[in-house]
Design a binder for this molecule. Sequence first.
Ligand SMILES: NC(=O)c1ccc[n+]([C@@H]2O[C@H](COP(=O)([O-])OP(=O)(O)OC[C@H]3O[C@@H](n4cnc5c(N)ncnc54)[C@H](OP(=O)(O)O)[C@@H]3O)[C@@H](O)[C@H]2O)c1
Length: 282
Amino acid sequence: MPFRTTVITGATSGIGKETALALAKIDHALYLLVRNVDKGEALKKELVAQSGNRSIFVVHCNLADMESVQRAATELKGKLFAINTLINNAGGINQTRKLSKDGYELTFAMNHLGHFLLTMSLMPLLQKGQARIVNISSEAHKIARPQLLNDFQFERDYSSFKAYGLAKLCNIYFTKSLAEKYVQAGITAYAVHPGIVSTGFGTELGGFGKVLMMLAKPFMITPRQGAETSIYLAGAAKLNPKLSGQYFKKGSVAQTNLAAQNASARNKLWQISEQLAAPFLI
Ligand SMILES: NC(=O)c1ccc[n+]([C@@H]2O[C@H](COP(=O)([O-])OP(=O)(O)OC[C@H]3O[C@@H](n4cnc5c(N)ncnc54)[C@H](OP(=O)(O)O)[C@@H]3O)[C@@H](O)[C@H]2O)c1
């Protein structure tokens, strides 16, 4: 496979870390977008030591801060001619309703909106690289309904699982829209459910959520196992372009819920995201 330039978010822990290590071992040049630069530099050292790959770089990027995403994209545009792979992996769930720096519900901001701005800001480089975009979603999208988009800020009835489910449904909508809108540019996009994986995910939860995580722990797969589908989609020499826009589980196309196939909700998400990202697009 020719040399590839890969940008990945959320590689300082869990699934993202294992994905980055596997791609470092097959000589991808890696740009690690991290919210904590000390953690990022420590990760870089570890990846270089374990893979022998010296083309690993750290870029500060807090996905819950639109200006930070804008700065990260500007830095990448200054350094790179093209990007071949973008892995939108960072994410998480929040026990209570919090707002991002820009005033957006945090789960929506960190799982979807920050990645939307990042992807759209990098679009010229992604087009030059005929990029694959891998968005980490979840089976949790199945608890969400398109109607939740009417109150994506969760000003009424916040629940950590509902907000997370909606954010992961947004990851699938975004994937399908990217696949559709950028097919002529040679861009492909894939959504992934990694499995139920033992990582830092859910450590912020309390109450029922915490009990659920504790009960599930013995049945969880390892971060390396959870990273397999991302590694396959980002690392495979060739992928069938007809699979662009699909949702993957265990390395194969999987069923979404009906809500994920709702084209009008998908278009509505695009409009909302475009409007919120517009002031920060470079
Ligand atoms: N674990 C599961 O069972 C499971 C199941 C389905 C889907 N997923 C999805 O898989 C993805 C990876 O999660 P994981 O399980 O590996 O969890 P994790 O170990 O908690 O890793 C989450 C990563 O996201 C980063 N991150 C969080 N908020 C960020 C922000 N605002 N800006 C930049 N980076 C941020 C974290 O950075 P720090 O190191 O700085 O905290 C960390 O690197 C997520 O999208 C998650 O929703 C996980």
